[in-house]
Design a protein around this ligand. Structure first.
Ligand code: AMP
Ligand code: ZN
Length: 461
């Protein structure tokens, strides 16, 4: 079975062949750490986490190098630091920590590498130097600009001509540019902003050069797979390719380009500038991370995903069903197995998570209807193996149904159970029944055993 990925550059689904199966490289543009991530930002983190899991399954975890950068030098970071009157590093450290916690709640495995732009100024300056030396970049008024006219393939990824780019006003016109589509590699810092020395004057790097320099420094070119949200195709990834290729006259910068579709809320793009954001940090306070993750994987990664309350409710129900099956199979001992072929085929077919999820349900059903011990063991083992690739069903089934149960609730249930025990001890059956009714109303199931009563939450109907 082979992994096939839709490659944005060649515009077709292609079988994935790593350059070196002992060192498969994946790079995804990570967060700019100036604020909490919204649920749209979490989509690429979760989608590429599934890809990372698939690659680790196919090639072995130790043979996959997944780098997701942290953009820690940026105008928005500077603005936030100035507004709070704190050093930039305080802002970036705070929001990176929150980002990692939030993604952890969504079961995103930490990438192998998390390169920071500010730790790679040397590599960035070196790559800019190579571009200048090869005639692909020029210095002007404290800036260094990439000379788009020097690179014939500019626009190949996004399918835009340079004229379209200018007409679409996606480029900034500035007097120091030879051509309006030329983009910044290095620029002077304003007072109070972070600043580094360079052969072209003190300043700071542009955004695009950060990624291509960190790829060169940490992974080496060409990489196997480059990922990100589809909004990054132009200009960010177009510019990354231009820089990466032209710095060394290379044919290929990334061998496969994978882009996730956008998350919308009420059919509008979720973005901080539109103000319709739902922060992961807030959402996971009331919704289990796995429910959020499930919802993010409900659509194919390239399709748009509309975020609604209904999507969350449905995701919760789906997980309840599977956790319910696991809870009823709690005593079934299993050994690790390979995920079944139908499930793998779905996931390997350009990460078709909707189909993979359907296979997960089929496994849940097989577990519920298995008639022999052997069939139950097989179904449970296969369900867990498949779920692991999607990063769900990682918790204890009893704990799952207790999500949202707080200490007050626990204390109340314990007190009711004790009162019921006392009523039973004095043979006050009507009172014992009344208390049991109260527990049932709380959705609590009481299990009387030789060492006293225990309880657990019932599965929602
Ligand atoms: P940003 O912090 O805006 O640079 O975005 C970080 C990542 O989140 C990028 O890969 C974006 O493509 C992605 N992203 C931002 N907004 C959305 C959205 N509404 N839906 C899907 N991906 C998004
Ligand atoms: Zn990038």
């Amino acid at each position: 079975m082979k992994l096939a990925l839709y490659d944005t550059l060649s515009r077709e689904k292609r079988d994935f062949e790593p350059q070196d199966p002992k060192r498969v490289t994946l790079y995804v543009c990570g967060p700019t750490v100036y604020d909490c991530a919204h649920i749209g930002n979490a989509r690429p983190a979760v989608v590429f986490d599934v890809l990372n899991r698939v690659l680790r399954k196919l090639y072995g975890a130790e043979h996959v190098v997944y780098a997701r950068n942290v953009t820690d030098v940026d105008d928005k970071i500077n603005a936030k630091a100035a507004a709070e009157g704190v050093p930039i590093g305080e802002i970036t450290a705070r929001y990176e920590k929150i980002y990692l916690e939030d993604m952890g709640r969504l079961n995103v495995i930490a990438p192998t590498l998390a390169p920071h732009a500010t730790d790679h100024i040397g590599a960035i300056v070196e790559q800019i130097g190579a571009l200048v030396a090869r005639g692909h970049a020029y210095a002007a008024e404290g800036h260094v600009l990439f000379d788009v006219g020097s690179y014939g393939d500019y626009g190949a990824l996004s399918g835009r001509s340079v004229e379209d780019m200018i007409a679409g006003a996606r480029v900034e016109v500035a007097p120091y540019k030879k051509h309006p589509a030329d983009f910044v590699l290095w620029k002077p810092s304003k007072p109070g902003e972070p600043v580094w020395e360079s052969p072209w004057g003190a300043g700071r790097p542009g955004w695009h050069i950060e990624c291509s320099a960190m790829i060169e420094a940490n992974l080496g070119m060409p990489i196997d797979i480059h990922g990100g949200g589809h909004d990054l195709i132009f200009p960010h990834h177009e510019n990354e390719i231009a820089q990466g290729r032209c710095a060394h006259g290379a044919q290929t910068y990334a061998r496969y380009w994978v882009h996730n579709g956008f998350l919308t809320m009420d059919a509008e793009k979720m973005s901080k500038s539109l103000g319709n954001v739902l922060l992961v940090h807030d959402l996971v306070k009331s919704v289990p991370g796995e429910v959020v993750r499930w919802a993010l994987l409900a659509a194919h990664y390239r399709a748009p995903l509309d975020w609604t309350d209904d999507l969350l409710t449905q995701s919760r129900k789906n997980l309840d069903r599977l956790y319910g099956a696991l809870r009823r199979a709690q005593g079934v001992e299993v050994e690790p197995v390979e995920p079944p072929a139908a499930f793998m085929e779905a996931l390997l077919d350009d990460m078709n998570t909707p189909r993979a999820v359907a296979e997960l349900f089929a496994l849940g059903k097989a577990l519920e209807t298995a008639e022999s011990g052997g069939a139950r063991r097989k179904a449970k083992a296969e369900l867990l193996a498949a779920a692991e690739l999607l990063g769900v069903l990682t918790g204890d089934p009893d704990a799952w149904f207790e999500a949202g149960v707080d200490d007050d609730f626990r204390a109340k249930v314990d007190a009711l159970i004790q009162a019921r025990g006392e009523a039973r001890a004095t043979k006050n059956w009507p009172e014992a029944d009344r208390i049991r009714g109260e527990l049932t109303a709380l959705n609590v199931e009481v299990m009387d055993g030789p060492t006293g009563a225990t309880w657990r939450m019932k599965e929602p109907g």
